[in-house]
Structure formats: C-alpha cells, structure tokens
Design a protein around this ligand. Sequence first.
Ligand SMILES: Cc1cc2nc3c(=O)[nH]c(=O)nc-3n(C[C@H](O)[C@H](O)[C@H](O)COP(=O)(O)O)c2cc1C
Length: 177
Amino acid sequence: MNILALIGSPRKNGNTVAVVDALLSGAKDAGHETDSIMVYDKNILPCIDCRRCQRGPFACGFHDDMGMLYEKISGADVLVIGTPLYWYGASAPMKTCIDRFRPYVSSRELEGKGAIVIVPSEEGPSACDPLMHMFRLSFQYLGVQLLDSLLIKAYDRDDARQSPGILERAYALGAEL
Ligand SMILES: Cc1cc2nc3c(=O)[nH]c(=O)nc-3n(C[C@H](O)[C@H](O)[C@H](O)COP(=O)(O)O)c2cc1C
C-alpha cells in the first residue's frame, strides 16, 4: 500500500514528526511505500469557495503546491494526518490544507481510503475531542475510513521521544497496516 503522511507542525524535530516518522518506519518495514509532506513548507492558498471544483472535472482553480499534494493524495491508500493541537483544533496550515480537500466532495476520490490521525498536545487525549469530532464528521462526509488515532500528551519538543512506549505504539500501528 501507499501511505502518505501530511504533517502540520512547524517543528522539524517536534512531537508530531517523531510519532509520524515512527509510524512510517513501521509501515516501511512491513513492505509499504511511504511518503511525507511538511505542510508548513508548502505554499497552500486558502479555499475561497469559488465552487469551480464542484463542477467536472472537479479541479481546484488555484495553481499552488496543493496541485502536487492532490497527485500524492490520489495515489495514497492511507493518509496519516499529524497535527499538533492548536487551540483545540488543527494548526492553521493543516486546516488550510484540509479546506482544500473540497474537490473530493464532488469527485468522491477519497472514498475507500483509510486515515490515521496523530495529535500531540500539552493537555492530552481528552483535549482532542473537538478536533477528533471534526475529523470523524469530515471523513464520514468524504467516505474515508478512520482506521486509528494516536492522541499523545506531549509539550516540549522531545516529550514524545522520551515518553515510554509512544514511538513503539506508533511503529506497531504502521507495521500492522
Ligand atoms: C499556538 C499554539 C496553540 C496550542 N494550543 C494547545 C491547546 O489548545 N491544547 C493543548 O493541549 N496544547 C496546545 N498547544 C501545545 C501543543 O499542542 C504541543 O506543544 C504539541 O506537543 C506541539 O507539537 P509539535 O512538537 O509536533 O509541534 C498549543 C501550542 C501552540 C504553539
């Protein structure tokens, strides 16, 4: 399978990256193809609700880095969405990226794909309820199956690496795909 991770943290060596990398290395060791994108490094314009993508051929009118992402998302069987919890939601670049999933409402191209959500936060899993509610509703709307989630209590850059068992859990989840 092709596993594509979208990482919505600005920290190159932070908690989201550590956990996503562990999951991808488990998936790779199990024979899957893996790829990851740092969303903060990409030029992704905010959706302006022009509704062009709601008419065939369901293409977004913008020509930015999302074009490359649409191609990678098309080729993926499983999307790993990793974002730090920012004010009980996704980081702004990750939210902007998700808003640009709008073509998939009409194209139905995400139907049948799987998703795994990874969220580190200072407060821990229960603080992620509103964000997970958003993901559940949005995936349901798009026909994506939420396979699993890893909601991790982590604040400082190395917390996830230093918390016993977290990277092992992520690796195992990737290896089981
Ligand atoms: C702008 C901002 C907003 C945040 N909001 C929350 C929050 O609402 N709840 C929480 O538990 N942690 C919050 N945090 C803490 C981060 O989720 C936490 O430090 C996380 O581990 C960062 O992940 P990273 O290392 O992958 O960047 C916030 C951090 C920032 C910078």
